[in-house]
Ligand binder design. Structure first.
Ligand code: ASP
Length: 339
């Protein structure tokens, strides 16, 4: 009797570069992106027992040099793979900007199928290279039925994170990612993603951009700061400013006054520069605190980090939200966190 082989799910894997793909270069004196998706997939023991893998090499970049166009191209490719029958999609990329790219792609990802992003902290030739294990865990997550309807997931170190909450919390450690506020989405146990909570309510996905991506500044409020840099950004043509403000959304007296002047020109969003936690809305009453800044016309980012607020503002403007409607759009979006 012939052996019957189980039909494996199809998972599409595309590489964008990053440490996971880097090998030593004598000329550069360090590792640089060289490996493509096929080479990455071949380096993973047991991958072909988990899924049928289709590969594509979209970019070979360090992740700081990925741009909006690269990501929109990756999004289109990923959507096409799902249309053509893939159960899920995996993108490999550098970890440095992963919390940003995952969030940006999540804003646009409309399929219930999983889009999983992974990378590595140690390059392939290093002792204890984590790329193969991360790619295997990402593929396992991408084709598991429990992963559907959760938007973009970041899988690193046998942990899945929601794009919404994940941040790079360590520059070099293998345990480089954390979801400090929302908590991890799942842990992989014996190869199976074990989700901790029901599927989250997701914002409606954004349509494709209808204009060029706007310049949106992200400016940290720091000790002794009167907000001059934020003003220079507006004078320099930035269409909106996100302030990574102190504590729960606070700036100095001088900075507050500048924000009051800027809000009549461009949208100003106040996020917290702390690693975790939300902006407040009705706690502090002094000049430069959240109540004062909201009165001066700034929008409070809630749980969204400065990095993610900047991307949300950019994506809303790029997809046709008028600057005057940005406050309502941001408020609607952040309501989802409270459901
Ligand atoms: N510098 C690398 C990059 O982001 C880091 C990494 O891939 O982990 O491309």
């Amino acid at each position: 009797m012939p052996h019957s082989h189980p039909v494996l799910p199809l998972v599409a894997v595309a590489s964008l570069g990053g440490t996971i793909s880097m090998t030593p270069s004598d000329a550069a004196g360090g590792v640089v992106p060289t490996l493509d998706a096929t080479q990455l997939a071949r380096s993973v023991p047991g991958l072909s027992d988990v899924a049928t893998i289709r590969t594509a090499s979209l970019r070979q970049l360090p992740s700081a040099s990925l741009g909006y166009d690269d990501l929109m191209a990756a999004l289109a490719w990923a959507e096409q793979q799902i249309e053509e029958g893939a159960s899920g999609v995996v993108l490999t990329q550098g970890t440095d900007t992963l919390e940003e790219t995952a969030f940006l792609l999540d804003l646009f990802w409309k399929s219930p199928a999983p889009l999983v992003i992974t990378g590595a902290m140690r390059a392939p030739q290093a002792a204890g290279a984590d790329g193969p294990a991360n790619l295997l865990a990402a593929v396992r997550t991408a084709c598991h039925p429990d992963s559907t309807g959760r938007g973009v997931l970041v899988v690193m170190n046998d942990t899945a994170h929601y794009a919404r909450w994940v941040s790079k919390s360590d520059a070099l450690a293998v345990q480089a990612f954390a979801s400090l506020d929302g908590g991890a989405a799942a842990r992989l146990v014996e190869g199976r993603p074990t989700f901790f909570h029901a599927r989250p309510v997701r914002a409606q996905s954004l349509p494709r951009p209808v204009r060029d991506w706007p310049k949106v500044a992200l400016v940290s409020a720091v000790l002794g700061d009167d907000g001059e840099l934020a003003e220079m950004a507006v004078r320099g043509g930035y269409e909106a400013v996100v302030i990574a403000a102190q504590g729960a959304g606070h700036v100095s007296f001088g900075f507050a006054q500048r924000i009051g002047e800027l809000t009549s020109q461009v949208p100003v969003v106040i996020a917290s520069r702390a690693a975790a936690g939300s902006t407040a809305s009705q706690t502090y009453g002094y000049v430069g605190a959240e109540i004062d800044l909201a009165r001066r016309g700034a929008h409070l980012a809630g749980w969204l980090s400065g990095l993610k607020s900047r991307l949300l503002v950019s994506a809303l403007l790029a997809t046709g939200t008028a600057p005057a409607e940005l406050g309502d759009a941001l408020a609607n979006w952040s309501k989802l966190t409270r459901q």
